[in-house]
Design a protein around this ligand. Structure first.
Ligand code: HEC
Length: 116
């Protein structure tokens, strides 16, 4: 008899491969991302800023993070693999293209904010 544990493992591999090919297909446009970040800066644009509802959270800095990391984080919020009420609601409204553009924008902004 075949090992039943191999089936979910194989399925996971297929899903991961599908997810990474989606990432590779989307090339982010930093200029477009700049236009889309208006709703992010309220929380992510202020150094040391914390959201106050429903609890006090540190808001992570996005500028300077790797684009692939930002896209992955947003996809995880959207899919529910990461849970945070505000970010889940926000990521749910973003397309793959929006995520790629925003990630490209934040990744490109890195050098500027580091120089300040
Ligand atoms: C209501 C405030 C708020 C808004 C608006 C907001 N965020 Fe967030 N974001 C947060 C908080 C708080 C976290 C940390 C959540 C956690 O601990 O998982 C976070 C986490 C993230 C992360 C993960 C960072 C990391 O280091 O793991 C990314 C990426 C992100 N936000 C991108 C965005 C983008 C892009 C937008 C605009 C489309 C946006 N956020 C708008 C509050 C906000």
């Amino acid at each position: 008899m075949k090992n039943p544990h191999l089936v979910p493992a194989a399925l996971t591999c297929v899903l991961l491969a599908a997810a990474s090919s989606t990432l590779a297909a989307e090339a982010g446009d930093a200029a477009a991302g700049k236009g889309k970040n208006a709703m992010c800066v309220g929380c992510h644009g202020i150094p040391g800023y914390r959201t106050v509802f429903p609890d006090v959270y540190h808001v992570p800095k996005l500028g300077g993070q790797h684009a692939a990391y930002i896209v992955k984080a947003l996809q995880e919020y959207k899919s529910g693999n990461r849970s945070h009420p505000s970010m889940r609601a926000i990521a749910a409204g973003l397309s793959d293209k929006d995520m790629a553009d925003l990630a490209a924008y934040y990744a490109s902004d890195a050098t500027k904010s580091a120089a300040k």
